[in-house]
Design a protein around this ligand. Structure first.
Ligand code: GLC
Length: 727
């Protein structure tokens, strides 16, 4: 794009230092009102109980939003986070383009994580569809809606591999596997950006959080990340590499440190690795307030030093900390930072603004387009399809699918709480857009009775007994509310609350079959439910079409096909628990002196890649041959049941020995196939041996030619295996 580079150079020459610094500033609308403290302080006061939610609401009712128009006019702001309607976007853009000295357009960023107004299942849910076409399709719809509302960049996809279910942000990614997360992230980047970023319904993808955020120690959000370079580059970096290859135009460094250097000020990470090794030429934007927090990290003595370290590391844009605005002028004046560092950051940002077409057509939407675009019926239909394809059937002992004329009892408040269905990071959403299970039953004239089942933490057994006389099956809606996962939502106990287990027990005691529907944003430790409840559907937080999708599965209108992308541990104490573990010298087993816990079984409750169907599948005829550097793997899969269904065929490899110990198995490829009853399909995987490498002690990428186990199956633990010695 030589033309763009030329245009940037010409602009740079005209810009003052203040205007250059202005381009590095991303802010949000400030809330000002009849309160003496800042909005952030007010939020903290509410969260820590110094003021009640009612008092907070009352104060907010006096609030107005300050969009910093004068600063835009003065060229002191380059970007906004949190503009969520066409009218405001165009109004602010007009000030920037027509009233500032150089008319440089604003860049509007927003967290469009799993839909904008049409909220799709949370990413962890959607990842369980193992369906790149679907992943790209929902991202495309999100881009069409968000750009109609004025958004130019989304702070997504989040491609942090997460192996510890205590970490609340596991809900925002694609689970524990680097390969699957790479495929997921690639599909999302393509969906958001499409093939022409300058198109008005394309938005730049800002992949995050670079890097290793999912490995926060003890699953505690924002905690330290300390790991070997081998592990970082084998297990956490691949999705970022894949997304950069897919053309992602922005990167958000993570809050955490890596081995003692916060990502926000790590030149090794942001320049040596991101730009020089991965070849990234887009822009970097800090996480919210992250540059300022380098003082708290203890790597910068003050905000001025934080600003210096960040700009020198390769952090282009400062999201909301104001550290750049406050300190870069003086640092430049004193020659502490170079004009070259400043110009590099400005150039990266300008490149994206030009690529988005903001200079050529800065007003990319209109109120009319916004009004006619949001929440279209066809988008809802896609949300319903995505939700049903994301729901994992964990257990079914003859309860599901339900017959249409059956009388249903529904218990659990989550069955009647629309807003909880959006899950974390649905900030553009309107909870009332969601369809709850109760809404779906009413719309389908289903014969049901309902009770929240729990009042003040106690199960209302009388009510359950009374209602049981009028139902043939109980549907129990249990799990987590949406704010129990996502950012700043780590949990030290990922079990079901006691009152929810009491509710399940009370329902089981009626003697009527029970199907539990889990609404949650992370793997839960549910050994008791898994043992006693005859049917369990993992619905996650399914988005706007939650209730309809749940009924589609429960009544068999959709045959469940989803598979887990995270391991469900037996207890919180097993976290982090994941399938691609190493063997150790004493693999867990019956012997006392083997790697295990005294008080829990070895295996998880539900393993990675697991999910049931209303039909059954049989694998046979696994064959492998190597031609040069390509492994050709074939397997037959037959539908041995009575219903048509889809099966996600998974292909893993396991290297027996290496120069460093290797995981017992690693997912290398997968394919979802549809089979009618009795039908057999041959599935083939072609795997390049060069991709089976790893890093040796000296960080040399190594491909061994030795014994390799090939495992093809319906989950990471069930399937066929064969050995081969790689040539
Ligand atoms: C948050 C999150 C990040 C998000 C950003 C902007 O703190 O860490 O994922 O994109 O702020 O809202």
């Amino acid at each position: 794009m030589r033309d763009i580079e030329e245009r940037i150079k010409k602009l740079l020459v005209e810009m003052t230092a203040e205007e250059k610094i202005g381009q590095l500033i991303q802010c949000g609308p400030s809330l000002v009102g009849a309160f003496e403290v800042s909005f952030e302080e007010l939020l903290d006061m509410m969260f820590d109980g110094r003021i009640s939610q009612e008092e907070f609401g009352k104060l907010m009712s006096t609030a107005t939003q300050d969009f910093h128009e004068d600063d835009i006019r003065a060229g002191k702001i380059g970007s906004f986070n949190g503009i969520k309607n066409a009218e405001t976007a165009n109004r602010l853009q007009k000030i920037a383009v027509e009233e500032s000295r150089l008319g440089i357009p604003l860049l509007f960023g927003y967290d469009v994580i799993h839909g904008y107004r049409t909220i799709f299942p949370i990413p962890l849910a959607e990842s369980c569809a193992w369906d790149p076409v679907l992943w790209e399709k929902t991202a495309r719809i999100a881009a069409i809606e968000a750009t109609a509302a004025g958004v130019h960049m989304t702070f997504a996809p989040m491609v942090d591999v997460a192996k510890d279910a205590r970490w609340g942000r596991v809900s925002e990614g694609a689970g524990e596997d680097a390969y699957l997360t790479s495929v997921f992230g690639t599909a999302k980047v393509k969906g958001f950006q499409d093939d022409d970023l300058s198109r008005e319904d394309s938005m730049a993808a800002c992949i995050k959080h670079f890097a290793g955020y999912g490995a926060a120690e003890a699953g505690r959000d924002y905690n330290r990340v300390d790991m070997s370079m081998q592990r970082l580059f084998e297990e956490y970096m691949p999705p970022f590499e894949a997304c950069v290859k897919a053309g992602a135009r922005a990167v958000m460094p993570a809050f955490n440190d890596i081995n003692g250097i916060p990502c926000s000020v790590s030149r090794w990470l942001l320049t040596d690795i991101l730009r020089n090794r991965l070849g990234f030429d887009g822009m970097t934007v800090s996480d919210s307030n992250a540059i300022a927090e380098c003082v708290d990290h203890g790597i910068a003595k003050d905000r001025s030093e934080a600003a210096k370290l960040a700009i020198e590391a390769g952090m282009d844009m400062d999201m909301s900390s104001n550290v750049y605005a406050e300190n870069l002028p003086a640092l430049l004046e004193r020659g502490v930072i170079s004009e070259a560092d400043l110009d590099r950051a400005v150039t990266d940002i300008m490149r994206i603004k030009f690529e988005l077409g903001l200079f050529d057509h800065p007003y990319q939407t209109s109120c009319e387009r916004e009004k006619e675009t949001l929440l279209r019926p066809e988008y809802r239909a896609c949300a319903r399809e995505a939700a049903a394809k994301s729901m994992v059937l964990l257990k079914n002992e003859g309860v599901l699918p339900l017959k249409k004329e059956i009388r249903i009892g529904i218990a659990g408040e989550l069955a009647d709480q629309r807003a909880e269905m959006t899950g974390a990071w649905a900030i553009g959403a309107n909870g009332d857009d969601c369809v709850s299970i109760i809404d779906a039953c009413n719309a389908s004239n289903i014969n049901y009775v309902y009770t929240p089942g729990i009042e003040n933490g106690v199960v209302n057994k009388k009510e359950i007994e009374r209602l049981s006389k009028n139902c043939d099956v109980w549907i129990a809606a249990v799990g987590e509310k949406k704010d129990q996962s996502g950012e700043a939502a780590s949990r030290a106990d990922i079990g079901l609350p006691k009152e929810q287990e009491d509710l399940l027990e009370a329902l089981l005691q009626t003697g009527i079959p029970v199907a539990a529907v889990l609404f949650n944003g992370r793997p839960l430790a549910i050994p008791w439910a898994a043992k006693h409840v005859p049917a369990i559907l993992e619905a996650w937080h399914p988005g706007v079409e939650a209730g309809n999708a749940v009924l589609d599965i429960l009544f068999g209108d959709v045959n469940p096909s989803a598979k887990l992308t995270t391991t469900f541990p037996y207890t919180t104490g097993q976290c982090p628990m994941y399938y691609a573990h190493i063997n150790t010298g004493r693999p867990g087993g019956k012997g006392k002196f083997t790697s295990k816990y005294l008080d829990t079984p070895l295996s998880p409750v539900f393993p990675f890649g697991y999910g049931l169907s209303y039909t059954s599948f049989e694998y046979s005829n696994l064959s492998i041959r190597q031609e040069e550097d390509m492994l050709h793997i074939l397997v037959d899969v037959k539908n041995t049941g009575k219903a048509a269904g889809e099966e996600i065929v998974q292909c893993y490899t396991g290297q027996k020995t290496g120069r460093r110990v290797r995981p017992v198995k690693q997912l290398r490829s997968f394919e979802k196939i549809a089979l009618d009853p009795g039908e057999t399909k041959k599935v083939s995987f072609d795997i390049d041996v060069k991709n089976l490498g790893y890093y040796d002690w000296n960080m040399n990428y190594t491909v061994d030619r030795g014994a390799m186990e090939i495992f093809v199956g319906t989950s990471s633990v069930e399937g066929l295996k064969a050995d081969i010695v790689l040539k």
